[in-house]
Design a protein around this ligand. Sequence first.
Ligand code: PAF
Length: 310
Amino acid sequence: MTTQKIGVIGAGAIGQLMFNLLSSQINSQADAKVYLIARELSSDSQTLQFTDLAHSSHNHTITLLGQDSPEVAELDLVIICVKAYQVDELICHFLPRLANHCHIILLHNGMGPHLNVAKHLLNYPKMGLSLATTSHGALKHAQWQVTHTGSGQTTVGHYTGHQLADSLKDSLTQAIPKLTWHADIITALWQKLIINCAINPLTAIFECKNGQLAQDSFAEHINIIVAECCEVAKADGISLSLAASLEMVYKVINLTANNISSMYQDILQLRKTEIDYISGYVVERAAQHQIAVPANVNNQQRIKALEIYR
Ligand code: PAF
């Protein structure tokens, strides 16, 4: 049997979570191996501390691969877990270094980078691209210390090029809890995008936890944001009803009531946000279809202003 080699690129909270889930399952199998690939250029030995959902801590020392490590050329699958705005530069770095049959999975908040990645892949006809979204919660306390804070769902689906091999699909399904394969991944990504368009900017602008958005004072605002998103999705060929989308948004608000959204965290920690790939993606698609989306434009502008002045 040939050895499957999987690389997780990106050592943020979600990257380390995915690596830990996969390596606890996969590195115990003789026929598979998983690597964590970080920004460093050369390989390095590192001890990772991972606290699971049952609050047990596990330490393991691994060889972290650098972006130019020769092992990168042997990978069958890479799961890219970086911020949406980092994808394009990263993909340009990795494509010439990957095996010509390597499959790529993009896992980040927001939408948009897949369009450019698909264009790059036209030059790599044996590769394939899948897209994923996850609602697992993970918190990074220090560079190599991550806690799995909440059980969530992960959805993956094929987007373009060669299909991911069944054996690799099986490995992912076994290792990542509640992972499902979706034939229409773009619809699944739009559903998540609408949730992020409603929750992320509002929590950052009004400096509140997700749960506070359930207050009546936010209802009209959320309604307008979600209605604009549904109209643009429809023009993009994705049919999502306003009622079902609002129901989903309020379900997530209630399930994550105590969370500080990723965008509010970015603003608090003076980091760049993913607004251009959340509200910004809706604004961009709306412009293509000549649809007015003032609430999403306003959210994008207000978050940009917060990014600058904090
Ligand atoms: O970005 C986030 O914070 C999350 O995607 C979500 C679902 C809004 C929960 O906080």
